[in-house]
Design a protein around this ligand. Structure first.
Ligand code: GLN
Length: 353
């Protein structure tokens, strides 16, 4: 099978086709060397073409137990070499895949020039022109204004109903399964709600903690979720991961901005400013908080000083830009979920009255 990637900088790269199809998306890379099943099923990669910088992808097979959602989210996948297991899986899923190209070149291009639009064409009779046509149709990440609808639940889902632990209203902007299980494993009852749930539907579950999930795209396109945050700020303790941190900060008066190529990998060093301790973290984001508004920056990325943790004692807010749930990656940061559920004790009993 032939394969072509047409990049926004004008180049068309040829490759070996591993799973057929034509598509487009924002070209990004991850440096993660394990966790290809988790990354490929992470909803945060919606509308992106995911390039693995690690050369051999598929070494330990494909197991649904490791999936983070019910489907593959990147629009296409690129690696130096995919195993047949991965190629077969992506073929079944209808996700174009290509390998046998110089992924170092793609990665350094994105690193130097930034995440860029691309078009992908893979098949027996595709041409570079097909890839260029896809590129011409490609929208920028921030143009996907309805991206939340592509990944969020449409109806409320409850996990661990009737449990004794805290009640969490999890606003689903494209949540990873392991965020849900990290909360449920600690005894929480989790109500997973649509990203654009009515504030009344949130109040109805009488949450001890409001939790804004990870998810794809530009945090400024999640207006309904920002409304929920504003509605409950100061009244219900609040937590967020990745997109969740960005949405909470923006809703409370801060700002966000697009990064050049983002952070995607499993060895991003993060320093806690109070203790000075550095932990290795899993990350996957292309936007960042520029101004934290009323929140305090408590953790920063050691590589570029971007905010990794935001907190407010006054508002009972606790958010992380990285992925404390790991999957893939180091588990040094799992304690975040204990801290989040601990926030339940600080809740002022207003909704119940
Ligand atoms: N993993 C995420 O939640 C990603 C957040 C957001 N879509 C970004 O790219 O910055």
């Amino acid at each position: 099978m032939d394969a072509y990637v047409a990049m926004e900088d004008g180049r068309v790269v040829s490759a070996r086709g591993r799973a057929p199809g034509r598509t487009r998306g924002e070209l990004v890379f991850t440096t993660a060397y394990t966790g290809y099943e988790e990354s490929l099923t992470d909803p945060s990669y919606e509308e992106q073409v995911l390039t693995f910088s690690y050369p051999l992808i598929g070494n330990y097979g494909v197991r649904t137990e490791r999936f983070e959602s019910e489907r593959v989210h990147p629009t296409a996948a690129v690696a130096r070499e995919f195993t047949d297991d991965v190629a077969d899986w992506l073929t079944e899923e209808g996700i174009p895949a290509l390998d046998h190209l110089d992924t170092r070149d793609l990665v350094t291009t994105v690193r130097d020039e930034g995440a860029m639009k691309c078009g992908v064409a893979v098949g027996e009779d595709v041409t570079p022109e097909d890839a260029r046509e896809e590129l011409a149709k490609c929208e920028g990440m921030s143009d996907h204004v309805d991206i939340g609808d592509q990944v969020s639940v449409r109806q409320r889902v409850v996990y661990n109903a009737g449990g004794d632990g805290p009640t969490v209203a999890l606003v689903d902007c494209g949540v990873k399964g392991s965020i849900v299980s990290s909360l449920v494993d600690r005894g929480a009852t989790v109500y997973r709600l649509p990203h654009d749930a009515d504030p009344e539907a949130v109040a109805e579950v009488d949450p001890d903690v409001l939790f804004v999930s990870n998810g794809p795209g530009d945090p400024e396109n999640f207006e309904a979720t920002q409304d929920i945050v504003r509605e409950f700020a100061g009244e219900v303790p609040m937590a967020g991961i990745c997109l969740g941190q960005q949405i909470v900060a923006s809703a409370l008066g801060g700002t966000t901005e697009k990064m050049t190529f983002g952070h995607r990998g499993v060895n991003q060093p993060v320093m806690d400013l109070e203790s000075g301790q550095v932990v290795m973290t899993t990350q996957n984001h292309g936007y960042t908080v520029a101004d934290p508004g009323p929140l305090d920056v408590t953790q920063v990325n050691v590589n570029d000083d971007t905010p990794e943790g935001l907190e407010s004692d006054e508002l009972d807010v606790l958010t992380r830009q990285y992925h404390p749930e790991a999957n893939p990656g180091p588990e040094d940061t799992l304690g975040f979920f204990d801290d989040v559920l601990g926030l339940a004790n600080t809740r002022t009993p207003m909704l119940a009255d």
